[in-house]
Design a protein around this ligand. Structure first.
Ligand code: NAD
Ligand code: ZN
Length: 378
C-alpha cells in the first residue's frame, strides 16, 4: 500500500460543536501506532447515539469530534505488533473492545473490557488517543471508532475481522444497532420460548430486539411506539401486536397488564427515556418479569417504586447486546450470510457521507429506520 506509514488526508464529517450541522472537512489521519489498525471505512449507519452526542448529551469537552460508530471497512495498514490483521481484510470497528486478558473479558458474565478506550468515559476517546487532526486542531474520535470518515484508526482489541464475502453496506449495522437490540433480547433478557414480550421503541435497536424475541421463540411480541409508521416494519421482524401510547389515556403499563393478564414476561426499553424505562419495568409481570434498559441516556436519574423489584421483577441494562464484541460480531455476520439474522430490512435509505446531515434529519423526524452512508469506494 502506497499510503502505509504516511499521514492520509481524507474527507470526514466533523462535529465542531454541539447541536450544529456536521461539516465535511479534509482531515489528517495519522499512521497506526503499535497494536493499531488503520481502516478505510466503506459504509456506515447512523445510530441514535450519534444524535444523542450531538443534540442531547452536549458535553462540550466531547467536541470537535467525528461521529459514527456503526461502520464496516477494509484494513488499509497495520501498526507494529499487529499479527492477526492484514491490509485488505474486511473488518468492523467495535465501540466495545475485547482484549481477552482483563478480568471482565475473562468472565462469562459481561462483555465489558477494561483495556479499551471506554474505560473512563463512554463518548469520546481522550485527545492523546485520537489519530485525527483538522486545521491544526486535534479532533476527537467518537466511541473509539469515528466512522463518518474515509479513514480511521482503531486499536486491534476493538476490531472484528469478518467473512470476506460480507456486504459491508449491510453488515455495518452489526457494529451497533442490530447487534445491540438482538443481543439485548437473547443475551441479556434471555427471552424464553412461549413467552410474552414487549418492545418499547421501534428504531433499528427496537426492531432488532423484536427479531431477537422472535428467534428466541417468544409467542407474543407487543411492539410499542408513538409513531405508528413503524408498525409495518415491526411485523416484518415478528411483532404480533401493536400499541400506540398516544391512543390511551391510562398508563401504558396498565394497558399491557390488561392485554396480558398481569404483565409481560420480558420488556425491552429501546427509546432512551427514563419515563419509558419506568413504564417498561412496570409492564412486567410480578414474580419473574425481566426488564432491560437498552436506550441510551445519561442525563437524568430514573425512578421506580421499590415494591416493583421486591415483588420479583428484575431490572437490568445491556451494552452492545451483551455480545463479547470480537467473538460475537463475526458470528453475527455469518448468521446474516446464513440468513438467520435479517439486515437488509433495516435499511430504508442509502446515501453518501456528504448527505450525513440529511440522514441525521431523517432520524430526528422518525422517517427512517437506518440510513446507510457510502463512505469510500471499495
Ligand atoms: P431511533 O431514534 O431510530 O428509534 C427510537 C424509537 O423510539 C423511534 O421509533 C421513536 O418513535 C420511538 N419513541 C420515542 N419516544 C417513545 C415513547 N415515549 N414510547 C415509545 N416509543 C417511543 O433510535 P435507535 O437508533 O433505534 O436507538 C434507540 C436507543 O438505543 C437510543 O437511545 C440509542 O442511543 C440507544 N442505543 C443503545 C445502545 C446500547 O449499547 N445500550 C447501543 C445503540 C443504541
Ligand atoms: Zn449506536
Amino acid at each position: 500500500m502506497a499510503t502505509a506509514g504516511k499521514v492520509i488526508k481524507c474527507r470526514a464529517a466533523v462535529a465542531w460543536e454541539p447541536s450544529k450541522p456536521l461539516v465535511m472537512e479534509e482531515i489528517e489521519v495519522a499512521p497506526p501506532q503499535a497494536h493499531e489498525i488503520r481502516i478505510k471505512i466503506v459504509a456506515t449507519g447512523v445510530c441514535h447515539t450519534d444524535l444523542y452526542h450531538l443534540f442531547e448529551g452536549k458535553h462540550k469537552d466531547g467536541f470537535p469530534c467525528v461521529l459514527g460508530h456503526e461502520g464496516a471497512g477494509i484494513v488499509e495498514s497495520v501498526g507494529s505488533e499487529v499479527t492477526k490483521f492484514n491490509p485488505g481484510d474486511k473488518v468492523i470497528p467495535l465501540f466495545i473492545s475485547q482484549c481477552g486478558q482483563c478480568r471482565f473479558c475473562k468472565s462469562p458474565k459481561t462483555n465489558l473490557c477494561e483495556k479499551g478506550w471506554a474505560s473512563d468515559r463512554y463518548d469520546v476517546m481522550s485527545e492523546s488517543d485520537t489519530r485525527f487532526t483538522c486545521k491544526g486542531k486535534k479532533v476527537l474520535q467518537f466511541m473509539g471508532t469515528s466512522t463518518f470518515s474515509e479513514y480511521t484508526v482503531v486499536n486491534e482489541i476493538a476490531v472484528a475481522k469478518i467473512h470476506p464475502s460480507a456486504p459491508l453496506d449491510k453488515v455495518c449495522l452489526l457494529g451497533c444497532g442490530v447487534a445491540t437490540g438482538y443481543g439485548a433480547a437473547l443475551n441479556t433478557a434471555k427471552v424464553e420460548p412461549g413467552s410474552t414480550c414487549a418492545v418499547f421503541g421501534l428504531g433499528a435497536v427496537g426492531l432488532a430486539a423484536v427479531m431477537g424475541c422472535k428467534n428466541a421463540g417468544a409467542k407474543r411480541i407487543i411492539a410499542i411506539d408513538i409513531n405508528p409508521a413503524k408498525y409495518e416494519k415491526a411485523k416484518v421482524f415478528g411483532a404480533t401486536e401493536f400499541v400506540n401510547p398516544k391512543d390511551h389515556n391510562k398508563p401504558i403499563s396498565q394497558v399491557l397488564s390488561e392485554m396480558t393478564n398481569g404483565g409481560v414476561d420480558f420488556s425491552l426499553e429501546c427509546v432512551g427515556s427514563v419515563a419509558v424505562m419506568r413504564s417498561a419495568l412496570e409492564s412486567c409481570v410480578k414474580g419473574w418479569g425481566v426488564s432491560v434498559l437498552v436506550g441510551w441516556t445519561d442525563m437524568d436519574d430514573f425512578a421506580a417504586r421499590p415494591i416493583q423489584l421486591i415483588a420479583g421483577r428484575t431490572w437490568k441494562g445491556s451494552l452492545f447486546g451483551g455480545f463479547k464484541s470480537k467473538d460475537g460480531v463475526p458470528q453475527l455476520v455469518n448468521e446474516y450470510l446464513e440468513k438467520k439474522v435479517k439486515l437488509d430490512e433495516f435499511v430504508t435509505h442509502n446515501m453518501t457521507l456528504d448527505q450525513v446531515n440529511d440522514a441525521i434529519q431523517l432520524m430526528k423526524t422518525g422517517d427512517c429506520i437506518r440510513s446507510v452512508l457510502s463512505v469510500s469506494l471499495q
